[in-house]
Structures are given as structure tokens and as C-alpha cells.
Design a protein around this ligand. Structure first.
Ligand code: SF4
Length: 424
């Protein structure tokens, strides 16, 4: 199944913001699942919502609702390579039965599997990393293309999901819609009967929640329905329903003041600072100081999680030239307006090393610096200075028209150097 080619979209939640997500949850507390889904598709995020389905024991209910509202809504199935044969068959059964015409399988990167799980037993030794390379990572570029996604999570499933609302705002400003949040176990079963939905072939054998085969077991009578997932381990979620901070996204985060400016908007920052004593093997979404990286290089390179690098004044990016591709973000520190060393670091990264991920300016970033920083390859800026924040929001940055130190091949330098003088 080929993935559809979709242009990345900016989150467009103005309407939702105006209403306030908390108010929205209040409005829809009593709405039935079909009503929540219908409203989400028609009013909250039209043409900007997708579904991630596990095609597990209860998936038919949500997919049946989708089929009623819009059978062409994109449905993504995480084909981890670890599913029961019965689950793969069930994907085909439900597609046919419900008339879903836009179902896509997402697979992990072959290189990641080869590198981090060559024997196929990572689920046993480090299930968090296994879920990360098989689910979280492959899903990221997909969710980036949508303003929100629909999940089949329900309050009754676990203690942790007991507060799940219909609408959540994640820290990356996307919306998760949970139409079945208030469904009970009995509601799910009754819905399946009422609508004659085909059961997952393993359901009758005692599998009440079905994920990858190695991490799913039969549930005894009276047990939490998800007790059969990662049995014996202190793991309840695969990671894809976690917000960046590891919690279920909170509807109260809407008022957070973001300081990271990227792609024309202030957005939530998935990265955090390195704290002394952190484990290089398990760190995730952290800007690792360059010196710490060099001291623990082997452990960081074996770490499967997204990592960033922090370059401080006086440190040389040349020292990590061979490894820059390992980092999803490189943060360059500017301690003061007059310190220009960070510009050279960014130019080396973007021009000489062809580094294409995020180059971030942090520290004392001011309005006049940003156009110059952009020329050098910076793509993200941490801005706390209020006038600079306003200038960015109102698109009032000064333009740079004269280049004494040209960047790249497009800029024409001016100045007194003899080779620049025109011949008349
Ligand atoms: S559920 Fe188990 S096998 Fe599947 S990705 Fe997670 S750890 Fe790996």
C-alpha cells in the first residue's frame, strides 16, 4: 500500500482556539460518539484529520463511525512487522466490510530495524525503543501532515486513561479527537452486535486488546482489558498516544506561552535541556552539550531516540562533523548580541556539511539578528524578548539588502575588495 503524497500543512486551529478546547469539551460532554466525530470532521478540522487504527479487538467500532461520516478519511495502520497473522487478515476484512477506501500501512525504516533490532528481539530487552522505531518514528511524518487525528481510546481501558476528554490539544499544537472516550466495555460490545460488525479472530480466544504478537497475551475474566499488553512490564502505552512530556495530552495546555519560533509560528518545543546525570543510552528529545556527546559518543550513537546537540561559544562543530546527521536539531548558543561565532557554526553546518535538519538559535536572540541568522542557515529561534516576539508575529523583520560577507552563491557582495570592483 503506497502512502499518499500530502503537502505538509500548518496547524490551523483558529476556530478551536477561539472556542477554547476546554469549552469545546464542555459542549460535547453529552454528545454521542458519532456527533463528536461528525463535528470534528465538518467544523473543527475539515480535510485535516486522520485516523491511526491498530485494527485490534475494538477497532471496528471507530472505523464503522468513520465509514458513516466519511469513508475516504485517511486511515493509517502501523504495520510493525510484529502483528498476528489474524490482525493482517482483519485489516482486509474490515476494509471490505466497511467500504474504507483510504487505508495505508506505515512501516518502520529498514535501516532503523537493521541497526537497532537486528535479531528481532528488541521488544524483549527494550520495548520502549522497539515501539519507538516501529511506531512513534514512522508515524511522525504522517501526523505532521494533519492538524489532528482521531483515536479509539476509552476511559475505561486503564486508570491512566480515566480522565480522557473528547478533545485534547497536544504540545505540538495538534488536536486529538477521542469520540469513544466515554464508551464502556459493554457499550463497545453492544455497538458491535447492533451493527453486525466482524470480530477480530482472536477476540473469542480471550484477547481483549490486541497489539503486536510478542507483547499481547490473553486476558483473564475481570482483568483490565489492556492487562494482556506488555504483561509483567511497567509499560502501558506504546508511545504514540503520549504527549512529548510523556503524559496524556492535557486539554489545559492551550494557554502555554511557546518560545520556539519555527516555520512562521510560535510552537511547542519538543526538546528539553540536558540535565546532569541523565543516561546517554535512554535520553530523548534532549539537546546534548557537545562535550557530553564526545565523552559518551558510543552510547549516544546507539540510542534510538531523537536527540539534539547543543553548541556553546568556543566549541567547534568540526569535532562532531561525522555525526551531525545523528541529530534532529542542533542548537547554537548566542550569549550576547555581539558574539558572532554562532553564525560561522551555522554556515558550516548548512553549507559545508549540507545538514538539513533544524538549526536553532538560542540565547539572546533579537529582532535585528534573525534575518542574518536565516541567511546563515538557522531555521528555528528561541525568542523571549517581547518586542522581538511581536515583530515576528507581525512579520516586521528588517530586510538585509547589502552583503559584505556573501552567503552561498546567490548573494552578490559589495565592498572595497579589489576583485569586487566593476570594470567600466
Ligand atoms: S508492541 Fe511490542 S513488538 Fe510491537 S513495537 Fe511495541 S515492543 Fe515492539
Amino acid at each position: 500500500m503506497a502512502l499518499p503524497k500530502l503537502a505538509p500543512v500548518q496547524p490551523a486551529h483558529d476556530k478551536l482556539r477561539a472556542l477554547g478546547i476546554v469549552a469545546l469539551n464542555g459542549m460535547f460532554d453529552d454528545m454521542d460518539a458519532l456527533g463528536v466525530l461528525r463535528y470534528a470532521i465538518s467544523d473543527v478540522l475539515p480535510d485535516d484529520l486522520a485516523i491511526v487504527s491498530s485494527f485490534g479487538a475494538d477497532s471496528a467500532v471507530l472505523l464503522h463511525l468513520v465509514a458513516q461520516v466519511d469513508p475516504s478519511m485517511p486511515v493509517y495502520f502501523l504495520e510493525t512487522g510484529k502483528h498476528f497473522r489474524e490482525t493482517l487478515d482483519y485489516v482486509e476484512t474490515l476494509k471490505k466490510h466497511l467500504g474504507l477506501i483510504n487505508v495505508h500501512a506505515i512501516r518502520p525504516a529498514v535501516a532503523d530495524v537493521k541497526r537497532f533490532d537486528p535479531n528481532g528481539d528488541l521488544w524483549e530487552t527494550d520495548p520502549d525503543s522497539c515501539c519507538h522505531i516501529r511506531k512513534t518514528e514512522p508515524l511522525e511524518p504522517i501526523t505532521e501532515q494533519f492538524g489532528g487525528w482521531v483515536t479509539g481510546r476509552k476511559r475505561f481501558q486503564t486508570k491512566e486513561r480515566g480522565v480522557l476528554p473528547h478533545f485534547e490539544l497536544t504540545s505540538d499544537d495538534r488536536i486529538k479527537v477521542n469520540p469513544l472516550a466515554y464508551f464502556t466495555d459493554a457499550d463497545v460490545n453492544q455497538y458491535k452486535i447492533d451493527h453486525g460488525l466482524p470480530e477480530h479472530p482472536l477476540f473469542a480466544k480471550g484477547y481483549k486488546s490486541i497489539g503486536c504478537a510478542p507483547c499481547t497475551s490473553v486476558v483473564a475474566e475481570g482483568e483490565d482489558p489492556r492487562a494482556g499488553r506488555w504483561r509483567g512490564l511497567n509499560k502501558k502505552e506504546c508511545g504514540i498516544h503520549f504527549d512529548f512530556n510523556g503524559a496524556i495530552a492535557s486539554p489545559m495546555t492551550a494557554a502555554t506561552r511557546h518560545t520556539l519560533w519555527k516555520n512562521g509560528a510560535f510552537i511547542a518545543d519538543p526538546f528539553h535541556e540536558w540535565t546532569e546525570g541523565s543516561d546517554p543510552a535512554t535520553a530523548s528529545y534532549t539537546h546534548v552539550p557537545l562535550a557530553v556527546f564526545l565523552a559518551n559518543k558510543a552510547a549516544f550513537l546507539a540510542n534510538p531516540h531523537p536527540l539534539g546537540l547543543l553548541v556553546s561559544p568556543g566549541e567547534s562543530i568540526e569535532d562532531v562533523e561525522a555525526d551531525v546527521g545523528r541529530f534532529a536539531s542542533i542548537a547554537i548558543k548566542f550569549p550576547g548580541f555581539t558574539d558572532g561565532r554562532g553564525y560561522s557554526t551555522a554556515r558550516l553546518l548548512s553549507q559545508r556539511y549540507q545538514y538539513a535538519n533544524e538549526i536553532r538559535a538560542i540565547g539572546d536572540v533579537l529582532q535585528d539578528q534573525i534575518p542574518l541568522m536565516r541567511r546563515c542557515g538557522f531555521t528555528a529561534f528561541v525568542v523571549t524578548h517581547e518586542p522581538t516576539r511581536q515583530a515576528l508575529i507581525e512579520d516586521r523583520l528588517p530586510e538585509v539588502a547589502l552583503f559584505y560577507q556573501p552567503v552561498g552563491t546567490a548573494e552578490v557582495p559589495v565592498g572595497t575588495r579589489p576583485f569586487l570592483r566593476r570594470v567600466h
